[in-house]
Design a protein around this ligand. Structure first.
Ligand SMILES: NC(=O)c1ccc[n+]([C@@H]2O[C@H](COP(=O)([O-])OP(=O)(O)OC[C@H]3O[C@@H](n4cnc5c(N)ncnc54)[C@H](OP(=O)(O)O)[C@@H]3O)[C@@H](O)[C@H]2O)c1
Length: 304
């Protein structure tokens, strides 16, 4: 299959290229910085320089390649999750506007299949594990609600068309090389510096996913039935449990607790919501349909 990956040099894009090539696909990877294009080439894919926000260019690029499938992994997120608030407007613009340019160009070029990165951690399960039928948390406060509404729009767009097979992959929190959650990642750096606290009870449930597992599931999704898949690990875990275990794993001191009142005055309502109202996700459909077998979280003991 001829596969075009937008956002090919990111934390997920890189292992995705390798796995697509291993599976025998011919791969074009798009990025816009010269150093990222070199990375894509070194992985063995055709590199394509392009700015997703330049609408005409997307039509020209896809028109020249005529791929069978397009995978949208466009993001514009910061190196550190603590810088998210400043970067989210640009990220939303890239995903909504750049992604729309890409999708429209894919339609115009008769692309058969379109895979969209979506989110498996801002879903509303009413404090139980969310399924593919669960809605996004559209009414959540601040950036969480804004991001949830963005993902809902991305999903609506890709699933709401009959002229191509649309797939939305609801990835959990990425961990692994090049992500925030890795010994050399920005979240670990903040933990080492004592800048991370557990707010209130820390009762949010997190579903993570290693970027290699996310890449495997994405390759399989190229030939799976259209629709939504939760691409998350087997260990949905409360923040109050995984965060101390993570700290221990990287050799940092366990984070201290902060009561909600103090957190509200220091960081606002969103921090309380983020740490106490997120639901984990169920991966049963991905396991059954995609044959998905995620690895175990390296920071949790095997007894779980
Ligand atoms: N589910 C999750 O938990 C999740 C999801 C996404 C990201 N993240 C986290 O966010 C952090 C950064 O993510 P990342 O590695 O994916 O980010 P990244 O390295 O910035 O990758 C984003 C990709 O989009 C491309 N891109 C950005 N703007 C573009 C534009 N205007 N036109 C065309 N391409 C454009 C980038 O190309 P260039 O390299 O040329 O800029 C790159 O290929 C990581 O820690 C990751 O774990 C987490």
């Amino acid at each position: 299959m001829k596969v075009f990956v937008a956002g090919a040099s990111g934390a997920l894009g890189r292992p995705l290229i390798t796995r697509l090539l291993d599976a025998g696909h011919e791969v074009w990877g798009m990025a816009h910085r010269p150093e990222s294009l070199a990375v894509i080439q070194s992985l063995g894919a055709h590199s394509v320089a392009g700015d997703a926000l330049a609408r005409d260019a997307m039509f020209t690029i896809l028109g020249a390649i005529r791929p069978d499938a397009v995978i949208d992994q466009l993001t514009s997120l910061p190196r550190s999750p603590f810088d998210l608030p400043q970067r989210l407007p640009a990220d939303r613009k890239l995903r909504l506007q750049g992604g729309e340019n890409l999708l429209d160009a894919a339609h115009a070029c008769d692309v058969q299949r379109y895979i969209q990165q979506s989110c498996g951690f801002y879903l509303d399960g009413g404090h139980v594990l969310v399924t593919e039928a669960s809605p996004l948390k559209l009414l959540a406060p601040g950036h969480i609600g804004e991001s949830a509404r963005m993902y809902a729009e991305l999903e609506r767009r890709v699933l709401g068309t009959s002229s191509l097979q649309g797939i939305a992959l609801r990835y959990g929190f990425f961990y692994g090389p090049g992500t925030w959650y890795w010994p050399d990642g920005a979240f670990s750096d903040h933990l080492h510096k004592g800048k991370v606290s557990i707010v209130g009870a820390g009762s949010s449930t997190f579903s993570f996913i290693h970027v290699d597992d996310a890449a495997d599931a994405t390759v399989t999704a190229l030939t799976a039935p259209a629709g939504i898949y939760n691409v998350v690990d087997d260990q949905p875990t409360k923040l109050s449990e995984w965060l101390p275990a993570y700290a221990k794993w990287i050799g940092a001191t366990a984070p201290h607790y902060l009561d909600e009142k103090e957190a509200f005055s220091l960081m606002g309502e969103e921090s309380i919501y983020y740490q106490n109202n997120l639901d984990g996700a169920c991966n049963q459909k991905a396991k059954e349909v995609l044959g998905f077998e995620p690895q175990r979280l390296p920071w949790m003991s095997d007894s779980r």
